[in-house]
Ligand binder design. Structure first.
Ligand code: DC
Length: 244
């Protein structure tokens, strides 16, 4: 007897070979631009400008690691106890709203930027269980119409299928000068050669850590921002995005 076509489409009644979906029928993936690089390369500023220009969502993945570290400090966890940290992550509700950060409903925007929190963040972010525990949350930021993802391993680990991957870098001297300016704007004195040394030590540690080391994805566009103003970096990235 003739089977109506609509019945054949209902998989409960379909006994023929399974069709392989035609790639052309699948919706295109939500676009992502990843922006990775060391501290002081200017990627936070560029990522925010880029997201605004494109009207896309912004993921500041460093802020996610910072909120987790702050919660670990508040609960007085041992900062290399992977099991305790993994359990902690499951109990956290991390949320961002117009540049403000919230953890379990409490605002933590300023608290995640203190030196003590930066130090704790750098320690916990080196642990595999922490990186694994924060992966799904980071990926959940991929929403239409698109995402600009700022971090260290956005192009290599979190969004390996991103359409455009940028690795933004600058020399330790230029990054130290930018940091010095930031600190003096906050009324904090510092010494340039000490900051250059800190940058070099941190680069070495970040590039050589066992998990998610800081390095450009094989298909990343590398931009050195030493002699470029933020607007120029932005234009370079936008022109590459138009080619994608
Ligand atoms: O970008 P930031 O300075 O806010 O990052 C804070 C810390 O988190 C820094 O030590 C690097 C780490 N981090 C990371 O390991 N992976 C990311 N994707 C983002 C930040």
């Amino acid at each position: 007897m003739f089977q109506p076509y609509a019945v054949c489409l209902d998989m409960r009644y379909y006994s023929g070979p399974m069709a392989t979906p035609d790639r052309q029928d699948m919706p295109p993936p939500i676009p992502v631009i990843t922006l990775d690089g060391p501290a002081g390369s200017g990627k936070g500023t560029i990522a925010a400008l880029l997201a605004e220009r494109l009207g896309w969502w912004l993921l500041d993945s460093g802020a996610i690691y910072r909120v987790a570290a702050l919660a670990a400090l508040h609960r007085q966890l041992v900062l290399d106890d992977e099991q305790a940290l993994a359990a902690l992550l499951e109990s956290l509700q991390i949320r961002f709203e117009q540049g403000r950060a919230f953890c379990n409903g409490e605002e933590v925007t300023a608290a995640i930027r203190t030196p003590a929190c930066s130090d704790a963040t750098s320690r916990i972010s080196a642990l595999p269980a922490v990186r694994r525990g924060l992966l799904a949350l980071q990926r959940s930021f991929r929403q239409a119409p698109g995402l600009v993802a700022d971090g260290r391993d956005m192009g290599t680990v979190v969004f390996p299928d991103a359409g455009l991957k940028v690795f933004l870098t600058a020399s330790p001297e230029v990054r130290a000068q930018r940091r010095l300016k930031q600190l003096s704007e906050q009324g904090i004195g510092a010494n340039l050669s000490g900051l250059v040394q800190d940058m070099r030590a941190r680069d070495e540690r970040d590039a050589n850590r066992a998990i998610a080391p800081l390095r450009p994805a094989a298909d990343a566009v590398i931009i050195n921002s030493d002699t470029l103003a933020p607007e120029q970096v932005l234009e370079l990235i936008l022109s590459r995005q138009r080619e994608v």
